[in-house]
Write a protein of this length. Structure first.
Length: 419
């Protein structure tokens, strides 16, 4: 099994290019199934999750080929409606095939999804949404089976206990493009990845109003065409490299990073004492030796993202004073704390709060990644730890970061992948 070895003490300097967004690519991949002609998707990252979704599309009958960072999808053979457990178990985003299959075939059978173990992530809102569009849904033997002879527009409210659901918004939007009449989604997710999906659908000929807001109006039944579309940059990868520059007190230019999508992260880094400047090429991050503690509240977009919680905690673990990180979205997203404490961090968990007491020096240790973002956070901690940090279970990492060890190495980090 592969591991990542990091030896701390190197200051990161240089330029890194941010890859295409994983969380935008996966919904867009299912959206192009609805076109009546082939599509070309550009800026597609090479990730295990993208490979899995490519396999899902192929299983559904489409022809999907990834060459370099360009994905070509021909939906002509899309006539199968089952996304099997073997594929879905590793990636929660496979559930997006529910909306696409209902829209195109009137039937969907999707295994209940898997992914990172960061807390209970029910799909109630997904099912409620497609039911309101007219689908009949049953759950048996670990599969969701939805059938709709005809989808009809409806008024749908999508807010859940953790706030607006990105996944449910994706599924309802996809299904609603094929519904007769108008669908109004209230409390829709406003995350940039949903906005990117809607932009792609509009380019395919869909009639959707309110993009980027919590109220989407979809006028369905218009035939969609293939599209040549470029996916947005990955804001979580960008945020992770911003923290990498900050934690090593480095100076890094993040090419293609979009500051508009990272407002809460940028604001918090500046509050800590990091210099963050928007440039014509992207975002430049310059660290310093004078950092201050900060409290971080995790909130739905445009608040501070849960996918950056572990990374910012790694930085705060090196900042003198006490900081409090409050996780309001996923109840199990503090699993990285125990591994960081093995590296000498002083972090105490109190229900949804983590009290972070900054220490002078982290120390390298063998650690275990519990999920995708935790694995990145442990690497960040390893960048400044004394000695070697050995991050195990990096298959999580490969689901969401494209060649992260190569990118960090190019910036001067002492990091390598080993068997």
């Amino acid at each position: 099994m592969q591991k990542i070895s990091v030896r701390g003490g190197k200051v990161l300097k240089g330029t890194v290019e941010i890859s295409g967004s994983k969380n935008a690519t996966l919904p867009v991949m299912t959206a192009v199934l609805l076109g009546e002609s082939p599509s070309i998707l550009r800026n597609v990252p090479h990730l295990n999750d993208v490979k899995t979704m490519t396999d899902v599309l192929t299983k559904l009958g489409a022809n999907a080929v990834l060459d370099d960072h360009t994905l070509k999808v021909d939906p002509a053979g899309f006539n199968q409606f089952e996304a099997p457990y073997e594929l879905v178990k590793t990636m929660r985003a496979s559930i997006y095939s529910l909306g696409a299959c209902l829209a195109r075939l009137g039937e969907a059978k999707v295994s209940l999804p898997g992914g990172c173990a960061i807390g209970a992530r029910p799909i109630d809102l997904h099912l409620k949404g497609v039911e309101q569009l007219g689908a009949k849904v049953t759950i048996q033997h670990g599969y969701v089976h939805a059938v709709a002879s005809k989808l009809k527009g409806a008024n749908i409210y999508l807010a859940g206990p953790h706030g607006p659901s990105l996944g449910a918004t994706v599924n309802v939007v996809l299904a609603a493009t094929a519904a007769e009449g108008t669908t109004v989604i209230d409390a829709a997710s406003t995350e940039p990845e949903v906005e990117d999906l809607v932009n792609c659908l509009i380019a395919m000929g869909a009639q959707i109003e309110g993009n980027g807001t919590s109220k989407l109006v979809i006028h369905g039944k218009k035939p969609l065409k293939g599209v040549d579309y470029s996916v947005i940059p990955d804001r979580v990868e960008a945020g992770t490299f911003m923290v990498a520059a900050a934690i090593t007190r480095g100076n890094v230019l993040l090419k293609k990073a979009n500051a508009h999508q990272l407002g809460a992260v940028i604001e918090k880094l500046r509050q800590i004492g990091v210099t963050v400047d928007e440039t014509s090429e992207g975002i430049r991050v310059v660290g310093s030796g004078e950092y201050k503690p900060a409290d971080v509240m995790i909130l739905p977009y445009p608040g501070f993202p849960t996918d950056m919680q572990a990374q910012i905690m790694a930085l705060l673990a090196t900042v003198p004073g006490n900081s409090i990180v409050t996780e309001t979205i996923w109840e199990n997203r503090f699993m990285h704390v125990f591994e960081m404490n093995r590296m000498g961090a002083d972090i105490t968990i109190d229900r949804s709060h983590a009290v972070v007491k900054g220490v002078k020096q982290l120390t390298g240790a063998p650690v275990m990644a519990s999920d995708l973002r935790a694995s990145a956070a442990l690497i960040l901690a390893g960048l400044v730890a004394d000695g070697e940090t050995l991050v195990q279970r990096i298959y999580h990492l490969d689901r969401g970061y494209e060649k992260i060890e190569e990118k960090l190495s190019a910036l001067g980090a002492d990091i390598k992948r080993i068997s």
